[in-house]
Design a protein around this ligand. Structure first.
Ligand code: FES
Length: 131
């Protein structure tokens, strides 16, 4: 199972919040968890855990209804795909990336360092319907 995934995005001033047990997900499963009233998606990608915003940047569908295959989650509404390791969109629709959150495993618990993001602009950057 995943070891601590701390990296340079971890802030020492912001606490980690336990969101579940280390074994709560099998590979390629996801879980919607609430932190500070916001929905976060925890993904088990081939045994590595990642935390992302649970909202597609195309048209705000919950990504928890989508399908996780390896490191890519596919939105259930229109099929946009995102890399859960980076938040970057991988379907080449020119969408905003997802917000990702630092995650670690401590004492058998999955912990997420949650910072409420600025209200993301859920829009298509290269909107084909404009201009
Ligand atoms: S809302 Fe996710 S692809 Fe459209």
């Amino acid at each position: 199972m995943s070891e601590c995934l701390e990296d340079s995005s971890v802030s020492p001033d912001i606490p980690f919040v336990a969101v579940g047990d280390e074994d709560m997900l099998r590979p390629n499963e996801v879980a919607e968890v609430a932190i500070e009233g916001d929905s976060i998606l925890v993904c088990n990608s081939e045994g590595q855990y990642y935390a992302i915003q649970n909202l597609c940047t195309h048209d705000n569908a919950p990504l928890g209804l989508g399908r996780l295959i390896g490191w890519e989650i596919e939105c259930s509404r229109h099929g946009a795909k995102f890399d859960v390791t980076s938040g970057e969109e991988s379907s080449e629709w020119l969408l905003q990336p997802l917000v990702t959150f630092p995650l670690r495993i401590r004492e058998g618990k999955i912990e997420v360092q949650y910072t409420k993001p600025e209200p993301p602009a859920f829009r298509l950057i290269g909107d084909r319907n404009q201009g």
